[in-house]
Design a protein around this ligand. Structure first.
Ligand code: ADP
Ligand code: MG
Length: 681
């Protein structure tokens, strides 16, 4: 029944089937799982006197007045009267036919959200129905569905009514799964959500908090868990090279460092060491706030692989960052006689060919680079470990491509400074193991963040001058212009010119995404070495850049950036022992939400709290980054609202996989359109 194609069911007309196909709906199950966006309550008629502002209601009455006004703007205004009072109907866009339909004396039933207008209660653009002999009130709340041009709500409702009449979709999992949760059956839930009884509280229904919504949310969360656990299990069945713990290289490296590892670094290093000694590929996410010292931990893992005779790839999302990693690896690893190759897209052919040859014949024990690393032409002799920095910048497919460079499958270590709220790590990241560095190296002075209106720009410029003249260094981050790369470039150039004009006494660098890699590198090297004092930059410096002497950062138009992004940017300062400041400049007219968002950054230095706020304000898309391109997003469940269901689903998943494998496949088929071809992380 589930998969019966609509085109094979007689009552579905050809045009209806064609229209549903536009929505991606081809079979009965997909149609029934096309759930309402919201509902309208046409089950009763409210007397005009009893209307409440902010609520949507249905009113019936007679038109007693119509006019087209031109001030303040053109509008069609009609007055509807019932026994208890009058209601204004206002149309800002209208056709002559509408004027005709609103003749004085016409009996109408209208529906819409009531607000307080100039003449009392008013509804803007109500839906109107003429009242005739046969007009009856609806018996259930009226669902409103997502739709496409050419398919009206009425037709969609009819299609779903037909589908509901076709018969039942079977349960996928044993009833015991739902018994303890006291959730209704699948079919009962679909029935209720497509035709909710007028007794249901509209707000609870629209919040998706009714038992029927919860039942479907649970099914969806369970499917996600099952698919993640399946991937996890798949990984345990695949073999990977086993690396015994390093005996020489790691301790030699640690001895050469000017610092000792923090307790948190030691802990995660041990977790990784243990994973690498397993015969199955590691897929571990190393998470730690900006500056927590992830690179050295990754380097220790690299040495374990190298000591066991296997190559390591270290990939970063930007050239600046890759370059910086390359230099760091040179300082750390060259004294240990380890050969490192460097590979980026912008290299000249000769260097590139040489690097590729060294990678292929194994003389390069470690390779550092950008996306260029996973291109087809790059052949490793024996890739044992792939390290991916700032993993959220890469898509699932890019990471997969790198993984396929190894035979057997290499271990993978992913790093991210963007903390993952608990609900996210329980859901979208449930297929990975996670290690967290929850401690910053000692001796860091916390960054002071200031929120300053652009009106006080002159004061800020003065501060920059003073800081630089005192021997410190500063970043000036140009406004983010997402719509156009050309505009972004123009802004960066303008800002640079302005700064040169403002500070003739300072050496100023400029770095942006469109520069050639050699130019970028020269600018960064000069800034690192202290040869320039001020660096004008776009958000290309967001990830990873590490210049400890930089202690002041000004971010223009901070309100345009995401919170986690601002936190990352801010993490470029506060890396040395000087007290650091980050100034967020905002344009004067800040909206309420923009102000609330900036307040989070201003008040918190905790990447975790910031990510949590980002999650609440913008949903998981932002945090998941490119990851979402390969992961089906939850449509019904909400991680925060349904956290109890998520926890239960997580608890149940392994048992179900073990005891009911066939049922699990059916469940995955229903909710993920197949047994997990979707997430191959
Ligand atoms: P992130 O986690 O943001 O990638 P990095 O690995 O770039 O951080 O480390 C930030 C800085 O802290 C680097 O200069 C690094 O050498 C230094 N560092 C790392 N671990 C320690 C430590 N245990 N003590 C002192 N400094 C450290
Ligand atoms: Mg880093």
């Amino acid at each position: 029944m589930n998969m019966v194609m609509l085109s094979q069911i007689k009552v579905f007309s050809k045009p209806l089937v064609a229209n549903l196909a536009k929505l991606g709906i081809g079979n009965l199950q997909a149609l029934l799982l096309h759930l309402p966006l919201r509902y309208i309550d046409e089950t009763h008629i409210t007397a005009i006197r009893d209307l409440r502002t902010g609520e949507s209601s249905q009113v019936e009455g007679e038109i007693v007045h119509v006019e087209v006004t031109y001030k303040p703007r053109k509008a069609l205004i009609a007055r509807l009267e019932d026994a208890s009072g009058q209601l204004t109907l206002r149309f800002l866009h209208f056709y002559p036919s509408q004027i005709a339909a609103l003749k004085v004396g016409t009996k109408l039933r209208v529906y819409g959200e009531v607000r307080n207008g100039f003449f009392g209660y008013e509804v803007v653009h109500p839906t109107c129905k003429a009242v005739g002999e046969k007009t009856v009130v609806a018996e259930t709340l009226t669902p409103v569905y997502p739709t496409v041009a050419g398919l009206t709500q009425a037709n969609l409702r009819k299609a779903i009514r037909l589908a509901l009449a076709q018969g039942i979709l079977t349960e996928t999992l044993p009833a015991s799964v739902y018994a303890t949760l006291q959730l209704p059956s699948f079919m009962a839930s679909l029935q209720a959500l497509h035709n909710p009884s007028p007794e249901v509280d509209l707000h609870v229904l629209e919040n998706k908090s009714t038992a029927h919504w919860r039942r479907l949310a649970f099914d969806e969360l369970l499917a996600q868990q099952l698919s993640m656990r399946k991937h996890y299990a798949r990984r345990r069945s695949v073999s990977a090279p086993q690396f015994s713990p390093s005996k020489q290289l790691v301790s030699a490296l640690l001895k050469s460092l000017p610092f000792a590892l923090t307790g948190a670094q030691q802990k995660v290093a041990l977790e990784i060491e243990r994973d690498l000694s397993q015969p199955h590929p590691m897929q571990r996410l190393l998470q730690g706030d900006v500056g927590s010292g992830k690179t050295i931990v990754a380097c220790m893992a690299a040495l374990q692989s190298i000591e066991n005779g296997w190559q390591v790839a270290l990939m970063a999302p930007t050239e600046i960052l890759a370059e910086q990693h390359y230099r760091k690896m040179l300082t750390w690893l060259s004294p240990l006689n380890i050969q490192i190759a460097w590979l980026t897209g912008s290299q000249n052919k000769k260097d590139r060919d040489a690097a590729m040859a060294a990678i292929a014949n194994g003389s390069a024990q470690m390779v550092v680079g950008t996306h260029a690393l996973f291109q087809e032409a790059v052949q490793f002799k024996n890739l044992g470990l792939a390290i991916i920095d700032e993993q959220h910048r890469f898509g699932v497919h890019q990471r997969l491509a790198l993984r396929q460079k190894g035979q057997p499958e290499p271990h993978q270590l992913m790093m991210s400074a963007t903390p993952i709220p608990r609900t996210l790590s329980m859901s979208y990241y449930a297929d990975l193991d996670v290690s967290v560095i929850d401690e910053l190296p000692p001796g860091r002075t916390p960054i002071v963040t200031k929120l300053v209106s652009d009106i006080r720009r002159d004061e800020i410029l003065q501060r920059v001058r003073e800081a630089c003249l005192q021997g410190n260094q500063a970043y000036w981050v140009c406004p983010l212009i997402e719509e156009s790369e050309a505009l972004q470039l123009a802004t960066a150039n303008d800002t640079y010119a302005l700064m040169q004009n403002e500070f003739p006494e300072l050496k100023i660098g400029l770095v942006h995404g469109r520069m050639k890699s050699a130019e970028k590198q020269a600018v960064m090297t000069a800034f690192s070495a202290g040869n320039s004092q001020l660096l004008v930059a776009t958000t290309v410096i967001e990830v990873g850049v590490d210049v400890p002497n930089a202690s002041l950062m000004v971010i223009e138009h901070a309100e345009r950036m995401g919170l986690s992004q601002l936190h990352q940017l801010r993490g470029r300062v506060g890396r040395g022992t000087t007290k650091s400041t980050c100034i967020l400049l905002y344009q004067n007219k800040l909206s309420e939400t923009a102000r609330a968002r900036l307040k989070v950054i201003f008040e918190s230095n905790d990447g975790f709290a910031i990510a949590q706020a980002d999650l609440q304000i913008r949903g998981p898309g932002e945090l998941l980054g490119v990851r979402q391109s390969g992961v089906p997003m939850l449509k019904i469940a909400d991680l925060e609202r349904d956290v109890d269901l998520l926890e239960t689903a997580k608890k149940m998943a392994d048992q179900l996989l073990k005891n009911y494998p066939a049922e699990v496949e059916n469940h995955l088929e229903r909710w993920m359109g197949g047994a997990g071809e979707l997430v191959k992380v």
